[in-house]
Design a protein around this ligand. Structure first.
Ligand SMILES: *[C@@H]1O[C@H](CO)[C@@H](O)[C@H](O)[C@H]1NC(C)=O
Ligand SMILES: *[C@@H]1O[C@H](CO)[C@@H](O)[C@H](O)[C@H]1NC(C)=O
Ligand SMILES: *[C@@H]1O[C@H](CO)[C@@H](O)[C@H](O)[C@H]1NC(C)=O
Ligand SMILES: *[C@@H]1O[C@H](CO)[C@@H](O)[C@H](O)[C@H]1NC(C)=O
Ligand SMILES: *[C@@H]1O[C@H](CO)[C@@H](O)[C@H](O)[C@H]1NC(C)=O
Ligand SMILES: *[C@@H]1O[C@H](CO)[C@@H](O)[C@H](O)[C@H]1NC(C)=O
Ligand SMILES: *[C@@H]1O[C@H](CO)[C@@H](O)[C@H](O)[C@H]1NC(C)=O
Ligand SMILES: *[C@@H]1O[C@H](CO)[C@@H](O)[C@H](O)[C@H]1NC(C)=O
Ligand SMILES: *[C@@H]1O[C@H](CO)[C@@H](O)[C@H](O)[C@H]1NC(C)=O
Ligand SMILES: *[C@@H]1O[C@H](CO)[C@@H](O)[C@H](O)[C@H]1NC(C)=O
Ligand SMILES: *[C@@H]1O[C@H](CO)[C@@H](O)[C@H](O)[C@H]1NC(C)=O
Length: 809
């Protein structure tokens, strides 16, 4: 079973086998005749019902529902959940602590499979989503790294809402569960990481906002977002922020995620690794968090009560459950051998640490003994199970939610959803180069479409995908617009030899314009597969250069990848007029790219990660977790916040077919904070004594943090085409503070501006959140002095102003 997690390819095949074994009961086909169930003809519960507390269901089981208080919908969820758990024997309880919960037929509790996935569309990667003749596919949106590049919060929420509509419809039809273990919100620390495609990139604040929006889109029931008792707030589906925490190494040069001990400073932990999870729980009110495989400073995260019980459950007040990554308790016992104990010690440790559900079967085998031997208490087990049942009640598993009862087949792969997949990809696509305004392409008679991604289909949906409604590959999209000559140029993305290059050159020679589709795919960067270099694979670079050399018409390079690739050769080659990055753009990827290339859509996406130069990987091993430069070892910093070297393209980079200009209006540029008796000044480390102010900083926890920085930016479209501009706001701390970030994102907004028009964007930034720093002991401090607020990245008309924080005793 542990092997399931070590190799993606292996795990995919096992998942299928397990799925047929486990979910076949749910698949029971419709039967004709009077015996057919009275409620739904097809449903997730026993194959016939859409919710548990259906009187006829109990009758069919030979039970009287009124005997079961847990089905009394007028009682509070907590009381009902207690009633349900109290009816179970110890071994029945234990059988509900794994993702394949057995149910307890004698008390009317059906089996439930907890593992469904919906990272960018409903996915059959988990154990309980499946596609069949009734639901042959679901809308496959762009991979997260591309949607993140839109920097558009309302898009992220709309994506969540749309995915949950399809998910709930699939639940009604018996094709999915209600608990989806998405999104993946680990911050991209290193450009080699194989799972970058699943994530929103390298900035913790942006990752956190992605999480909040996607989670709210998935979970919120419109009109019930503000239910005061958050433990009874109804949910459309349940979402899960994963993998907690400091998890971003899969398999690099012999180090794999289950054996890796991430040595993390308290500073990086608070400032980078934990921040998005805190936002996900506190602002997104997510109903689940998944703990990760890796150890953090020697302790497996699923065994760490300070992380789970104290932080997530205690400080952040999670309303929901904590689940292990699949088999991670088994991994603790077998691979990590972390405690020198028996299996029951590990099961007890995880329960005691605050883990509520085991993805796998380890608990099922070991927890009964742990309780019998007194290593874990039955009261804690009961408590833990109640979190699970309260959550299922909020989801309508027991009582149904009438508003969702009518969702069905027509709500999956609808024209509107497919259009959103196309729109999301367009919004994310980043224009990296456009010499002489070559793009958008004017009318061209014949186009050469070359390169290993020119006819991409599955590569466009990445991993944690389902079966898409249908694909529109680049070849499909361009063929519908004119005469196209297609040559793949390489056998596949790995491009191990030059066999196909000549044909591609022939095609390009005779074309009015050539579009080269290059990049990576899951054979290069994936779960369980980190990269060792940042180059285009195999002979792709040669393919691109040779085509550029001989082409007479314009050459456009389209990169499909998640991680950055060092394409400085193409950036600097004057014969390559334009470059686009298209992530892995989802089932409508071909249409979205064509929309951009022909100017039906003006691109506005921005890179959500730094594209480092190739030698970066020689400067720092992937196993070094530090974000800051490590002077003693010569390691450079990581991400735009701490890396000051040259890049292929910086974080936040992205051009448009039009030009924008910014102007700023601010109401105030300083704040005076009067300190009371208990608000003490804190010292900080400065690079040089001349910088040290009287009162260097105050602990954020000691401040009310009510002050804000308010300003408006007027964004004018001074070019010749309507377009969207992403306005990014950064803050930089006062000069002289040692070891702090260069700058950090504190806000952003995507706006659409018509030619000649102006849109005003208002920002209201919390002083503590936007100007605070985390010191080396992990405390958040608000430094005094002159901070800098800069609006716009390196390639836009940026505007900046100082903002002073003064402490007055
Ligand atoms: C559900 O329906 C199937 C036939 O479709 C039937 O065999 C089965 O007994 C039903 N189960 C219950 C609990 O009613
Ligand atoms: C919920 O509260 C938020 C923030 O106060 C508000 O914007 C939103 O309109 C409220 N929603 C409902 C349905 O009342
Ligand atoms: C859990 O254990 C019981 C026996 O104790 C077994 O019948 C059941 O199949 C197990 N469940 C899983 C998911 O392995
Ligand atoms: C494009 O890809 C699809 C799906 O893999 C395949 O069926 C089709 O034959 C390919 N087209 C060409 C021209 O190779
Ligand atoms: C080129 O690579 C392809 C697949 O990668 C392989 O099938 C083919 O035999 C190789 N050709 C040569 C000449 O090595
Ligand atoms: C762009 O225009 C300049 C001057 O008109 C020309 O020298 C150059 O070749 C052009 N570049 C491309 C990629 O067309
Ligand atoms: C860039 O960072 C390195 C540490 O990685 C430091 O030694 C160097 O002085 C910095 N350069 C500049 C220009 O700030
Ligand atoms: C401290 O910084 C100031 C201003 O940048 C500079 O003039 C001075 O030489 C520095 N002193 C030392 C000891 O580095
Ligand atoms: C945008 O501005 C640049 C210089 O700042 C100029 O070269 C270019 O022509 C402008 N593009 C448009 C579409 O106005
Ligand atoms: C942001 O996304 C939403 C939802 O797709 C869309 O309606 C809106 O136009 C987008 N905003 C911009 C500026 O592109
Ligand atoms: C910024 O964009 C312009 C085109 O608008 C381009 O000429 C310039 O090289 C870019 N600057 C950087 C730093 O990449």
């Amino acid at each position: 079973m542990g092997k399931l997690l070590r190799s993606l390819f292996f795990s995919l095949s096992i998942v299928w086998i397990v799925f047929f074994a486990v979910c076949s009961a749910i698949k029971s086909p419709l039967k004709d005749g009077p015996a057919a169930a009275p409620m739904a003809a097809r449903g997730p519960i026993d194959g016939n019902y859409t919710y548990v507390c259906d009187e006829s269901r109990f009758a069919a089981l030979g039970l009287d529902m009124t005997d079961f208080y847990y089905c009394d919908s007028s009682a509070p969820y907590e009381v009902r959940a207690k009633d349900l758990v109290d009816r179970m024997t110890l071994s029945e309880k234990v059988m509900q602590t794994g993702d394949q919960a057995s149910g307890v037929e004698r008390i009317g509790l059906p089996k439930y499979n907890w593992w469904s996935e919906a990272l960018h569309g409903v996915s059959n990667f988990g154990r309980c989503v499946f596609f069949d003749e009734v639901v042959p596919g679901a809308t496959s949106f762009p991979t997260v790294i591309l949607s993140a590049a839109s920097f558009n919060q309302s898009l992220w929420k709309t994506l969540g809402q749309t995915v949950s509509t399809e998910a709930r419809a699939m639940y009604n039809l018996g094709n999915a569960g209600l608990t989806f273990w998405s999104p993946n919100i680990n911050v991209v620390r290193d450009p080699r990481w194989g799972r970058i495609l699943e994530t929103p990139g390298e900035d913790p604040h942006l990752v956190g906002l992605y999480a909040v929006n996607y989670v709210r889109g998935l979970q919120d029931v419109v009109g019930a977002e503000n239910t005061t008792d958050l433990n009874s707030r109804p949910l459309k589906v349940s979402s899960c922020c994963k993998h907690f925490a400091a998890y971003d190494l899969d398999n690099w040069k012999g180090t794999d995620r289950v054996h890796f001990d991430a040595r993390v400073s308290v500073q990086d932990m608070a400032e980078t690794f934990v921040l998005p999870f805190e936002m996900c729980v506190k602002e997104g009110d997510v109903s689940s968090v998944m703990c990760s495989y890796n150890k953090i400073n020697g302790i497996p995260s699923c065994a760490d009560s300070r992380l789970l019980k104290q932080t997530i459950r205690g400080e952040w007040d999670l309303h929901g459950y904590i689940v292990s990554d699949c088999d991670s308790v088994e991994v603790m016992a077998i691979d990590q051998k972390w405690l020198d104990g028996s299996f029951s010690d590990y099961a007890a440790q995880a329960l005691n640490a605050g883990m509520n559900l085991d993805c796998g079967t380890f608990n099922n085998r070991s927890l009964t003994e742990a309780v019998k031997l007194g290593k874990a208490s039955q009261a804690d087990l009961d408590h833990s199970l109640r979190y699970l049942y309260v959550l299922l009640m909020r989801l309508g598993f027991f009582d149904g939610i009438p508003a969702f009862a009518s969702l069905g087949k027509d709500d999956i792969c609808s024209a509107e959803h497919i259009e959103l997949a196309r729109e999301a990809a367009r919004q994310g696509i980043v224009l990296l180069k456009n010499d002489n305004a070559t793009l958008p392409l004017k009318s061209v008679k014949n186009i050469a479409l070359v390169g290993p991604h020119a006819n991409a289909t599955d590569a466009m949906i990445g991993n944690y995908a389902g079966i898409p409604c249908y694909y529109v590959s680049p070849l499909d999209a361009f063929s519908s617009m004119g005469e196209v000559r297609y040559e793949k140029g390489c056998a596949d993305v790995q491009c191990l030899n030059e066999t196909y290059i000549f044909n591609a050159m022939e095609a390009a020679k005779r074309a009015d314009a050539t579009i080269i589709f290059a990049g990576t795919d899951l054979s290069i960067e994936a779960e369980a597969l980190d990269r060792v270099d940042l180059l285009l694979p195999g002979y792709q670079t040669r393919l691109i250069n040779q085509i550029a050399d001989l082409s007479t018409g314009p050459v456009v390079l389209v990169i499909m990848s998640a991680g950055g690739v060092d394409i400085s050769f193409a950036r600097d080659n004057p014969k390559i007029a334009a470059i686009l990055w298209a992530g892995y753009p989802g089932e409508q990827g071909g249409n979205a790219i064509a929309d951009v290339i022909f100017g039906k859509y003006n691109p506005g996406g921005r890179l959500p990660i730094t594209w480092y130069e190739a030698d970066y990987v020689d400067m720092v091993p992937m196993t070094s977790m530090a974000l800051r430069p490590v002077e003693s070892l010569g390691y450079p910093g990581r991400t735009y916040r701490f890396f000051n070297g040259s890049t292929v393209y910086p974080f936040g980079y992205g051009m448009s077919y039009t030009n924008f200009s910014y102007s700023l209006s601010t109401s105030h540029r300083s704040t005076n904070i009067n300190l009371r008796k208990l608000q003490r000044c804190r010292s900080m480390v400065y690079i040089n004594d001349t910088f040290v102010p009287d009162c260097p900083a105050v602990l954020v926890d000691d401040l009310s943090c009510k002050e804000s920085i308010e300003f408006k930016v007027a964004v004018k479209n001074v070019g010749r085409m309507d377009g969207s501009e992403v306005v990014v706001v950064y803050s930089s701390p006062p000069l002289g503070i040692a070891g702090t970030h260069i700058k950090k994102v504190v806000g952003f907004e995507r706006v659409f501006v018509k030619v000649g028009g102006t849109e005003k964007v208002k920002f209201s930034l919390n002083v503590c959140k936007s100007l605070g720093i985390v010191d080396s002991t992990g405390y958040a401090l608000l430094p005094s002095g002159s901070h800098t607020i800069k609006v716009g990245g390196d390639n836009t008309t940026s505007v900046a102003f100082p903002f002073h924080v003064n402490y007055i005793n």
